[in-house]
Each structure stands twice: as C-alpha cells, then as structure tokens.
Design a protein around this ligand. Structure first.
Ligand SMILES: Cc1cc2nc3c(=O)[nH]c(=O)nc-3n(C[C@H](O)[C@H](O)[C@H](O)COP(=O)(O)OP(=O)(O)OC[C@H]3O[C@@H](n4cnc5c(N)ncnc54)[C@H](O)[C@@H]3O)c2cc1C
Length: 404
C-alpha cells in the first residue's frame, strides 16, 4: 500500500472513530434537567387527551394524575408499554423483548421518579462484558479485554438485574394511571380547528378536549394514519419524513448451555446486528442468547416465510461461528418481536444526535398551542430510548399545561 493511501486510510478511520465517539459522547454528557414536571405543581382546569400509552404517554399522564387534572389516554393496542414488553415464559428470569439497557447514567431512574440523591434503589447489572467477539461472516475474532474495558469506561451501560424496563415503567408510571387508559382505541383523526379539539378513533368514537398530547412513534406519524385538520404544514411534514426510524427485530433463543461470548458484533452495512447473552449478570440457570438487528439488513430476517425459517438462519450462522454447537444445544424454544411490522410501532428507535436540529425543532413544535408532541425523539435532554421518552413526556406536558 502506498504511503498516501495508508495516510488517507488512517485519517479516514480516525475521523470515523471521532465522529462516532462524538455521537455517543453527545448522549453521555447530555445534562439531565434540574427540575422536571414531577417537581412542579400545576393549576389547569381544561381537559387533556393523551394519545399513546408508551413510556412517554404514561409519564405525561402521571403529571395530570398528581395534579388532579381531567384527562384520558387513548391507546391503540390492548396493553400499555408500547416498545416495552416482557416475557416470563422462556426463561427463569423476565426478559425484555423491547427496550433492555439503561444506556445513560442510572441516576436518570431517580430523575424519572422525582427522587433526590445519587443512590439508586434498583438492583442493576453493570454491562461490563467479560468476553466479546466480532464476526465478519466467515471468521470470528476475539475482542481484547482492553477494548471491553475501554468500551465500559467510555459508555457505562447497565441492565436491570432481576427486573425489566417494562416492570420499572409499570411500577413507577403505569400503576397510578392505568384506569384512565382506553385500550383498543386507535386514533384516526385530530381536528384542532375550533377551541375544542375533536379526536376520533377507528371505531368511530368521538372525544373532545382543550389540549391533546400525541406520543405515537415517528413511524406512526410517517404512515399518515392519523389525519390532522388543519393539515400539518410542510416544515413539520418534511421533519417527520426526514427522521430515520430504522426497521428491526429482536429474537431470544434458548439453549441448554452457554457456548457463546457475552456479545458478538456482526458485520452490517446498515444499523446494528449483534448476538448477545441476555442472561449476562442475571441470577439464572437459563441460557438465553439474544439477536438484535436494525436497519435495512433486518428486512432479510423479517421477510422470511416463517419464524421457524428465520430461527434456522440464525442457528446456521451460530453453527458457523461455534463449530456446530448451536444445533447441539438449541432447545427449539424462542421468542421473536418484529417491531417494525407492528402497525402501531413501525420501527425500532430514533437517535436525536444524528438528526438535524432544524427537523427536531419542527417535529416538536405544537399545533396552535393546542396539539403537542412527545416521545423519545422529542427529548430536549438527548437521553434517547426509554429515559428520553419519559423526560420528553414530562417536558411536553409542562408545555401543555403552561401554554397561554
Ligand atoms: C427492539 C428494541 C430495543 C430497544 N432497546 C432499547 C434499550 O435497550 N434501551 C432504551 O432506552 N431504549 C431502547 N429502545 C427504544 C425504546 O423502547 C423507546 O425509545 C421507548 O420505549 C419509546 O417510548 P415512546 O412512549 O416514545 O413510544 P412508544 O413506546 O412507541 O409508545 C407509543 C404508544 O402509542 C400507541 N399508538 C400508536 N399509534 C396510535 C394511535 N393511532 N392511536 C392511539 N395509540 C397509538 C402505541 O401502541 C404505543 O403504546 C428499544 C426499542 C426497540 C424496538
């Protein structure tokens, strides 16, 4: 290789490393708010409708409940949690089939609960891996201990030890507002022409409110299955169209023994593709390997004719990595969540740091101070994921209740 090509390759790799570090760092150093809606009190006499009972909608509802404000939640499906879901049937510990990691400083859990101090009540597993590998499609390569240590120091993630994100949200946010959720009520239109906003659901029911908070995913907004009257302006529509909401799926495979590394990063030309030990750090006798894939590449798994065929593709790939041991130890049991296939999700997650501030501003903008938006992508503190969704719920409901 010529000296010029070597220099170019080195500079290019460095710039990629720096830009990805900056992206992660943007979240790592993002400041949590000193005060959220949990620490405030509100005096509002109007009626509020929240659309969506995911983490964001439930967080906003808690503020209304605490302040004795008239409200209801319209949820399209028959359950709360949205992109949070748990399974208790595959293993001897609960498995998060949606969000799983606490990507940021766990102190965010106290912030969500409105608890002061740095002592975390929840029992967490520090996600400091003991082993890791990279798979390029033909060879498996060990990740050094130094690299694993560096990754943990750079982004110290954690997981719930014997609980789940779903349980945390159920306990701290859903419990007190569950009775206000109207399940199986997909919203199809929001008319904010007059003082009273008219919200209609698919079965033709009409609800009226003074303010509405929309917490559906960007994927649902992109699908235009909710009609706004007056129609959304061009800047808002462009912002919705521009946000990257990657397709993806999550699979949990059960084995009779652990023959794999804590995590195996796989080559991918779009999004993420990885196998990982879901049982890492948990108190368990079960051997559960997760598979998470996002981006265009996930479509080749999602589009398989059957779940069995999809699982066989994964077992075959693991057999290649581990000399046939996947077939030897596979119990035949698995769970699959094709998140982007669900009508009321339509994707996995968004990453605010990769989006233009201009689009984020227009996405978050209210409609005449009557219809407001919340959800992970609208988090002004850039925590992303579940904490981002919840903080955005608090932030947007504060705007709902403070608007003139
Ligand atoms: C596979 C996967 C892994 C993830 N891993 C992590 C992780 O490890 N850590 C992390 O922090 N985050 C993770 N995330 C992201 C995290 O799950 C989301 O950021 C968060 O749950 C989003 O919450 P939300 O309230 O903004 O949206 P949602 O959870 O999407 O909630 C929106 C709600 O609106 C409802 N709805 C939709 N359309 C309508 C309609 N027309 N009418 C009425 N209701 C409607 C939906 O049914 C849903 O209940 C992951 C996501 C996925 C899919």
């Amino acid at each position: 290789m010529s000296k010029r090509i070597r220099t170019f390759t080195l500079l290019f790799s460095l710039s990629l490393l720096v830009s990805s570090c900056m992206n992660w760092a943007a979240r790592a150093v993002a400041k949590l708010p000193e005060v959220t809606a949990v620490n405030k009190s509100y005096d509002y006499s109007g009626k509020v409708i929240i659309i969506g009972a995911g983490a964001s909608g439930l967080a906003a509802a808690n503020i209304l409940e605490r302040n004795k404000i008239d409200y209801l939640i319209l949820e399209a499906t028959d359950r709360f949690g949205g992109r949070l879901k748990k399974d208790t049937t595959l293993a001897d510990f609960p498995i998060d089939l949606g969000a799983e990691w606490i990507h940021s400083d766990p102190i965010v859990l106290n912030k969500i609960k409105g608890v002061a101090g740095n002592t975390i009540e929840e029992d967490l597993v520090p996600y400091h891996l003991k082993s890791g590998a990279k798979w390029d499609g033909s060879k498996i390569k060990e990740v050094s201990k130094a690299e694993l240590d560096f990754r943990y120091r750079f982004l110290p993630e954690s997981k719930f030890k014997s609980s789940t994100w779903y349980d945390f949200v159920k306990q701290n946010l859903a419990k007190s507002v569950k009775s206000k959720i109207h399940f199986n009520s997909p919203v199809t239109s929001i008319d904010y022409t007059e003082d009273q906003i008219i919200v209609k659901t698919v079965e033709g029911k009409t609800y009226k409110a003074d303010r509405v908070l929309v917490t559906v995913s960007v994927g649902v907004l992109k699908s235009e299955t909710i009609q706004f009257t007056p129609a959304l302006d061009i800047k808002k529509r462009r912002a919705i169209a521009a946000i990257n909401f990657r397709p993806g799926l999550k699979v949990a495979l059960k084995f009779s023994d652990t023959f794999y590394h804590n995590a195996i990063e796989c080559a991918s030309n779009s999004g993420e593709r990885a196998y990982y030990d879901i049982a890492f750090g948990k108190k368990t006798e079960s051997h559960i390997l997760g598979f998470l894939c996002t981006g265009e590449e996930s479509m080749r798994y999602i589009e398989h004719s059957s779940d069995e065929a999809l699982v066989q593709v994964l077992i075959k790939e693991l057999d290649q990595m581990y000399a046939g041991r996947a077939t030897e130890y596979f119990t035949g049991e698995y769970r699959i969540e094709k998140w982007s296939e669900y009508e009321f999700t339509r994707g996995t997650w968004t990453q605010a740091f990769e989006e233009s501030p201009h689009h984020l501003k227009h996405l978050n903008r209210s409609l005449k101070d009557k219809v407001f938006f919340a959800g992970e992508i609208n988090d002004p503190y850039r925590q992303m994921g579940v904490p981002g969704a919840i903080l955005s719920g608090y932030h947007s409901i504060d705007r709902v209740l403070s608007a003139p």
